[in-house]
Ligand binder design. Structure first.
Ligand SMILES: NC(=O)c1ccc[n+]([C@@H]2O[C@H](COP(=O)([O-])OP(=O)(O)OC[C@H]3O[C@@H](n4cnc5c(N)ncnc54)[C@H](OP(=O)(O)O)[C@@H]3O)[C@@H](O)[C@H]2O)c1
Length: 333
C-alpha cells in the first residue's frame, strides 16, 4: 500500500483546515517545510521515495507535531508512470478528505547525480526528477489548486539557475554529461516552468512561485554522487544555512495571508528578485512547456500563448520527432 491510511487528513471538524502537498518530504528542505506547515495547522500529503522513508518521515513529523494531519504517498518521481500514479493517489486523497481542494503544492524533491543515468523512460534523471515531475504534478493538480480559491504552487529552484543553459538539441545531456550543467539546466527549467504556468493560469485564485533557498546544509550532494563530489559537497554544505532556514521562504509564501505578487515570480529572502534573462525569454518558456507536455504525455494541458519564436523552436522539435524513433529522443535529442 502506498498511501498510508492511518489518519485522514481532514475529519468533519476540520472542514477548513488548509491542505498542502509537499514532495521530497523525507529530508532536507521538504521535511523542514512540512514541519513548518504542520505546526501552522496545515493538513499534509507528503511524497516520499519509498515505504521505509514513509515510516521514518511519519515518525519524525508526528514526534514534532503530534496532532499533525498527515498522509504519505511513496514512489519514484523520476519514473513517469509512478509520478502519474502518485498524482492519482493524491487526487483521490484530496477528493476523499478535502472535497478535491488543494491550497499549496510545494515541489521540494530534487536530486544531484554525478554520472549520466537515465530513468526507465530513458530520460536523464536530474531532468526527470527536478523538472518533469514538477511539471506533471503542477498540471495534474492544477484544478485542485484552483478549487482552493487561493492555490499556490511553489517549486524549489536554485541560484544556480543563473548559470543554467537549456541544451535544446540534447536536453537529456547524453553527450558530454556534466553534473553541474545538468543540475543548472534542471533548475533553470523550474523557473521557466513557473513562468509558463503563470502565463497560462495565474489569476487571483492561482499563482506559481520559484523559490531560491540559498545554500542549505542538506545531504543532496552526498546521495547519488562520486566520492570526490561528496567530499566537495561536505566542505561546501558547512557554509550553508540549516534546512529550517532554507525552507523559510517557501513557508513564508505558503502562509502569507494574501498571495504575494511582485515584479517577478522568483523569490529569495522575503523578496521577489530578478531571475536570469534566460528564464524570462518567452520563446524558451513556451518551448520548454511544449517539450515537457510531450515528454509527460500531457499534450494540450495548457495552450501556448501565440509566440512566433517559440513556434519556430517547436516546429524544429517536431522535425526532430519525425526523424527519431524513441519518444524521448523525439523531442529532446
Ligand atoms: N541544498 C541546497 O543547497 C539547495 C540549494 C538550492 C536549491 N536546492 C533544491 O532544494 C530541493 C531540496 O533539496 P535538499 O537540499 O533539501 O536535498 P534533500 O534533503 O536530498 O531533499 C531532496 C528530497 O527529494 C527526494 N527525492 C529525490 N529523488 C527522488 C525521486 N526520484 N522520487 C521521489 N523523491 C525523490 C529525496 O528523497 P531520498 O532522500 O529518499 O532520496 C529527498 O527527500 C532540491 O530541488 C534542490 O535542488 C537545494
Amino acid at each position: 500500500m502506498n498511501a498510508m491510511q492511518e489518519n485522514e487528513i481532514n475529519d468533519r471538524g476540520d472542514a477548513f483546515r488548509p491542505v498542502a502537498v509537499v514532495t521530497g518530504v523525507g529530508s532536507g528542505i521538504g521535511l523542514a517545510a512540512a514541519l513548518g506547515l504542520a505546526r501552522a495547522g496545515y493538513a499534509l500529503v507528503g511524497v516520499v521515495r519509498n515505504g521505509k522513508r514513509a515510516e521514518e518521515t511519519r515518525e519524525r513529523i508526528l514526534s514534532d507535531v503530534p496532532d499533525a494531519r498527515l498522509r504519505l504517498v511513496a514512489g519514484d518521481l523520476g519514473r513517469q508512470r509512478e509520478a502519474d500514479r502518485i498524482c492519482d493517489e493524491i487526487l483521490s486523497i484530496l477528493q476523499d478528505d478535502c472535497g478535491g481542494r488543494l491550497d499549496r503544492l510545494l515541489y521540494a524533491a530534487g536530486t544531484v547525480t554525478s554520472w549520466y543515468t537515465a530513468t526507465e523512460d530513458d530520460y536523464e534523471t536530474q531532468f526527470a526528477v527536478n523538472h518533469l515531475a514538477a511539471f506533471r504534478m503542477g498540471l495534474r493538480l492544477r484544478e485542485a489548486l484552483s478549487a482552493s480559491g487561493d492555490g499556490r504552487l511553489l517549486v524549489v529552484s536554485s541560484g544556480s539557475h543563473y548559470q543554467g543553459r537549456m541544451r535544446w538539441h540534447d536536453l537529456m545531456r547524453r553527450r558530454r554529461y556534466h553534473l553541474l550543467a545538468a543540475y543548472m539546466q534542471s533548475k533553470l527549467a523550474n523557473v521557466l516552468f513557473v513562468h509558463g504556468f503563470n502565463r497560462r493560469f495565474a489569476s487571483d485564485r492561482l499563482r506559481a512561485y520559484a523559490v531560491d533557498p540559498g545554500l542549505v546544509n542538506t545531504d543532496i550532494g552526498a546521495k547519488s554522487t562520486s566520492g570526490l563530489v561528496r567530499r566537495l559537497w561536505d566542505s561546501r554544505r558547512r557554509k550553508g544555512v540549516s534546512p529550517e532556514q532554507g525552507a523559510a521562504e517557501a513557508i513564508r509564501i505558503c502562509l502569507a495571508p494574501a498571495a504575494p505578487t511582485g515584479p517577478y515570480d522568483y523569490y529569495k529572502d522575503g523578496h521577489p528578485i530578478r531571475p536570469s534573462a534566460a528564464s524570462l525569454r518567452p520563446d524558451a518558456i513556451d518551448r520548454l512547456w511544449t517539450v515537457s507536455e510531450r515528454l509527460c504525455g500531457l499534450e494540450g494541458a495548457g495552450t501556448a500563448p501565440d509566440n512566433g519564436k517559440a513556434k519556430r523552436g517547436i516546429e524544429a522539435d517536431k522535425g526532430i520527432e519525425a526523424r527519431r524513433e524513441r519518444p524521448c529522443e523525439a523531442v529532446c535529442s
